[in-house]
Design a protein around this ligand. Structure first.
Ligand SMILES: [Mg+2]
Length: 200
C-alpha cells in the first residue's frame, strides 16, 4: 500500500519569501514596495535583480516560517503522512533550503526542485497516495488541479493572489493551515476513506 502524502510548495506557503524579499530590498535601496502591490509572481525588474543577488548571498538559508505552516506539517507527520516539498527555486540552492528546514526542526521530508509541479506529482504517485497539494501560486494550483486528480488542491490566500478566484478550489489562509487537517480529515471521513490505513 502506498504511503499517504501531502505535497507543499515552500515559498509563501511555508516560509515568508516575498516579505523577506521586500524587506531586504528596502534595506538595500531605500525603495518601499508594498506587498499588496504585487500580483501573483510578476516581480518588477529591480526586485528580480535584487532576488538574484540575494540568492547568491544565502537568502534561502534563514526565511521565517508563516504562522500555522509548520504546525500543519507536524500534524501530518504525527498521522504518518509524508511531507513532500516541491519548490520552483533553482536546484543549486538545495543546501540552503535544507539548512532552513533544519533551522525549523523539520525532518523526514522529501524535497523536489521542479517548475512543472504537476509532472512531479504524477511521477510521485507510483510511490505515494497524495491527498493534497498546497501552493500560493494560482496558475500552479490550477495546473495541478486540472492534471493530477488529487482529492484536494489548495490555494493559500495571500495578498499577491488576492485577485485570483478559482472555482472548485478551497481558498485557505496560511494561518489556517494547521486547521486544514480538520477540513482534510473531515472530508476524508465523509468520503468513507480510512486515514489510518491509507486510501488505496
Ligand atoms: Mg510559493
Amino acid at each position: 500500500m502506498r504511503q499517504l502524502a501531502v505535497c507543499l510548495d515552500f515559498d509563501d506557503t511555508c516560509v515568508d519569501f516575498l516579505g523577506a524579499l521586500l524587506d531586504t530590498y528596502y534595506l538595500d535601496s531605500g525603495d518601499l514596495i508594498p506587498l499588496n502591490s504585487l500580483t501573483d509572481y510578476k516581480l518588477p525588474n529591480p526586485l528580480k535583480s535584487h532576488l538574484k543577488a540575494s540568492e547568491r548571498l544565502g537568502f534561502y538559508r534563514s526565511l521565517q516560517s508563516l504562522r500555522g505552516s509548520f504546525a500543519f506539517i507536524d500534524k501530518c507527520q504525527k498521522l504518518g503522512i509524508k511531507i513532500i516539498f516541491i519548490t520552483a527555486r533553482p536546484e543549486k540552492y538545495e543546501e540552503d533550503t535544507r539548512h532552513n528546514l533544519r533551522e525549523h526542526s523539520i525532518q523526514n521530508y522529501e524535497l523536489y526542485f521542479s517548475k512543472d509541479k504537476a509532472k512531479t506529482i504524477e511521477s510521485l504517485k507510483t510511490e505515494y497516495n497524495i491527498l493534497a497539494f498546497i501552493d500560493d501560486r494560482a496558475s500552479t494550483v490550477v495546473d495541478v488541479h486540472t492534471k493530477c486528480n488529487l482529492p484536494y488542491s489548495f490555494l493559500v490566500n495571500k495578498p499577491h493572489n488576492k485577485n485570483c478566484f478559482l472555482d472548485g478550489l478551497k481558498i485557505i489562509r496560511i494561518d489556517d493551515l494547521a486547521d486544514a487537517w480538520v477540513i482534510l480529515s473531515g472530508s476524508i471521513q465523509l468520503l468513507g476513506l480510512n486515514i489510518a490505513n491509507g486510501i488505496d
